[in-house]
Design a protein around this ligand. Structure first.
Ligand SMILES: Nc1nc2c(c(=O)[nH]1)N[C@H]1C(S)=C(S)[C@@H](COP(=O)(O)O)O[C@H]1N2
Ligand SMILES: [Mo]
Length: 395
């Protein structure tokens, strides 16, 4: 399925096409904003090259404007450590151990015999749009393309855990993939969920994405899908599940991916000392996709705006737009509802006049959570959730 040769040529191919690649301007307020576009990665079409090794590939905004599902070949990519390249589906094993009654070594064929289910869900990096934080924060300077929406298929994690038998006293389930750090002593990427969450019947061990086997760069042959939660938990190239009797104190749970324990994960810019908690469920967001912030566009009698919205860990109840800095809002028309964890498309007509216009978009979910007008700031650039502004010059 994935040949060794294809995997090994990955960084070289990207390097070869880097020179002379067309640039895209992400319009980041705090620093260099141009990025090369690349088609050099296996299974990927045109992507924004944020980093070569390990790859960070961002989805161009235009790819979100064509439908509610993000195609596999445009889906963003993020790895902390080098991409595991020696993937042989025939010998792949998912080990389940720790506080279980029956430790398991499941092959892909055995997993395929367990009941299969599907969910459409948004996979969003905790740091999506970090590059728009003001003042600027350290980390990958993503624009608005470190998320995507796909139809995931696989086995409910619950079935896998039931097979192993969760021992009394097990509290958390820890996940690890086949990627290992290239330097000794660096922490392997591992994430954990509470046992009850892991057994909720919605968390999946996925094999397929939009009807195809998972692309290599998106975690083939198995990845965790945690609907409604940030993708840091969606462990790729999953090969190890471990039940622990207490909290997971590994680096990626205890030290990284922590947000301020404040409303909206917001602290005053520059603040370093605040109560922290692990990032968890996503928050509502809406974004115009038919225009990019900073665009010039021709005046027209009527212009239909299109965009995508998500409700975080709930369905989208409404999307509103404002062209008067939030003084008044009106409802956008929502597209088809294909599940609470999915993107939902929206449309709204405006009558542009010559000159600058700022269009605000605000999503509210079915639990009543909505987007604040004031910008979010925290030192890691996580959980951007404020109303997005698309500034357009009509000419
Ligand atoms: N094994 C493994 N899984 C991982 C990661 C990783 O570095 N290694 N990164 C996580 C993070 S932070 C993100 S944003 C998502 C990205 O998923 P994608 O590359 O399929 O878009 O993978 C998650 N799962
Ligand atoms: Mo991420």
């Amino acid at each position: 399925m994935f040949t060794r040769r294809a995997a090994l040529t990955l960084p070289l191919a990207a390097l070869a096409t880097r020179a002379g690649a067309a640039d895209i301007d992400l319009r980041l307020p705090g620093g260099p904003s141009l990025r090369p576009l690349t088609r050099a990665f296996p299974g990927k079409g045109e992507m924004i090259l944020q980093r070569l090794v390990p790859p960070l590939l961002e989805t161009p905004l235009a790819a979100f404007d064509t439908g509610v599902i993000t195609p596999n070949d445009r889906f963003f990519v993020r790895w902390h450590w080098p991409v595991p390249t020696e993937i042989d589906p025939a010998t792949w094993r998912l080990a389940v151990g720790g506080a279980v009654t029956t430790p398991l070594q499941l092959s892909l064929a055995e997993l395929a015999k367990l009941p299969q289910q599907e969910v459409v869900a948004v996979n969003q990096c905790a740091g999506n749009a970090r590059g728009l934080f003001e003042p600027r924060v350290a980390g990958a300077q993503w624009g608005q393309g470190a998320w995507g929406n796909a139809r995931w298929r696989g086995v409910a994690l619950k079935h896998v855990l039931d097979r192993a038998g969760v021992a009394a006293g097990a509290m958390v389930v820890r996940f690890a993939g086949a990627d290992t750090p290239p330097v000794e002593g660096a922490p392997q990427f591992r994430k954990a969920l509470a046992v009850d969450h892991a057994r909720d019947g919605e968390v999946l061990v996925a094999t397929h994405m939009n009807g195809e086997p998972l692309p290599l760069l998106n975690g083939a042959p198995l990845r965790l899908v945690v609907p409604g939660w940030y993708s840091t938990y969606w462990v790729k190239a999953l090969n190890h599940i471990e039940l622990l009797p207490g909290a997971d104190d590994n680096f990626w749970m205890a030290k990284a991916y922590l947000i301020p324990d404040t409303p909206g994960a917001h602290v005053a810019p520059g603040t370093k000392d605040f109560p922290k908690k692990p990032i968890a469920a996503m928050v509502p967001r809406a974004l115009i996709t038919s225009l990019t912030d900073g665009d010039r566009a021709p005046v027209a009698e009527r212009l239909t705006l299109r965009g995508i919205a998500m409700g975080g860990d709930q369905g989208v109840a409404k999307v509103e737009i404002s062209t008067d800095a939030g003084a008044t809002w009106r409802n956008a028309t929502l597209g088809v509802d294909i599940g609470r964890y999915s993107f939902r498309r929206f449309e709204a007509a405006i009558a542009p006049v010559r000159g600058p216009m700022t269009i605000l978009t605000r999503a509210t979910n079915s639990a009543g959570a909505t987007q604040p007008l004031a910008p979010i700031w925290n030192p890691s650039g996580y959980q951007r959730g404020q109303v997005e502004a698309t500034r357009v010059e009509f000419v």
